[in-house]
Design a binder for this molecule. Structure first.
Ligand SMILES: NC(=O)c1ccc[n+]([C@@H]2O[C@H](COP(=O)([O-])OP(=O)(O)OC[C@H]3O[C@@H](n4cnc5c(N)ncnc54)[C@H](OP(=O)(O)O)[C@@H]3O)[C@@H](O)[C@H]2O)c1
Length: 237
């Protein structure tokens, strides 16, 4: 049985992945900030750990608890996200989108390395967007929600590159995955009428969560399948 830790595992793509792996008998630990959503995932067989990942202190505390409880983590899926239409800072004084989308992902991947290294084929899957347009990473004078997301996506690209550069001998695969437009609760934080319009666009244009899962599952599972194929070939007469 493998152990997967899925941040944002209480909704949307993360929840879909959690159900996928629960149905296959794996141990799934989901992380979110809403206890009601967490209780629903516990009812489905997952373990729920509550944490506000926009805070570095809470993220480090979560990582310590996970390290204490789980000797081995096979896959860490980084999916926690919340769109912020207006600029706000966390109680630690960090711009929210950067804090949740970039800082917590950096901290979790680094802090969970010891338990990931203990797995036979460890993987970190960072569910991110596209940093298209590039431009500076520094925060501009005027906050725009979608620009904060773009800068966050670009920073996540760099996190993946830096992870392999910083840990050249690590067996952990750090994989970026942009799921494209998927019909989830993503629009929930938008003000009206953008919320209604985005929901409508999602219903009409976005993929359902079920269709977004197979490429992510492949990124988590394929090396295992490759090993199974290798063994099958080795054992074949
Ligand atoms: N949907 C798309 O079209 C799309 C496109 C490109 C990229 N992506 C990426 O795919 C990932 C998943 O997106 P989604 O649309 O499936 O998301 P979603 O349905 O909006 O779910 C977001 C998840 O993040 C958790 N979360 C939010 N704030 C948190 C906080 N402060 N602390 C801990 N957890 C928090 C939520 O749990 P709680 O409510 O319990 O806090 C929820 O489980 C995201 O990283 C997103 O960037 C999605």
């Amino acid at each position: 049985m493998r152990t997967l830790v899925i941040t944002g595992g209480t909704s949307g793509i993360g929840r879909g992945l959690a159900h996928h792996y629960l149905e296959r008998g794996e141990q799934v630990v989901v992380v979110g900030s809403d206890p009601e959503r967490g209780a629903a995932m516990e009812a489905a067989g997952a373990r729920f750990v509550q944490a506000d990942l926009s805070l570095a202190g809470a993220t480090l505390d979560l990582a310590r608890r996970l390290r204490d409880d789980l000797p081995v983590v096979d896959a860490l899926v980084l999916g926690a996200f919340r769109f912020q239409p207006a600029r706000r800072e966390t109680a630690e004084g960090v711009e929210f989108t950067f804090a949740l989308y970039v800082m917590s992902r950096f901290l979790l991947a680094e802090e969970l390395r010891p338990v990931l290294e203990a797995a036979p084929d460890p993987v970190v899957v960072n569910l991110c967007g596209t940093g298209l347009g590039k431009g500076p990473l520094d925060e501009p004078a005027r906050y725009r929600g979608f620009d904060a997301v773009r800068r966050g996506a670009y920073a996540n690209d760099l996190l993946a590159v830096a992870f392999h550069a910083d840990h050249p001998t690590s067996r952990i695969r750090y994989v970026l995955h942009n799921p494209g437009f998927v019909d989830t609760g993503m629009a929930d934080t938008l003000p009206q009428p953008r919320k209604a319009l985005t929901r409508l666009a999602a219903r009409l244009l976005a993929r359902p969560v079920a269709k977004a899962l197979p490429p992510i599952v492949r990124k988590i599972d394929v090396p295992e399948l490759a090993e199974a194929r290798r063994l099958t070939r080795a054992l074949a007469p």
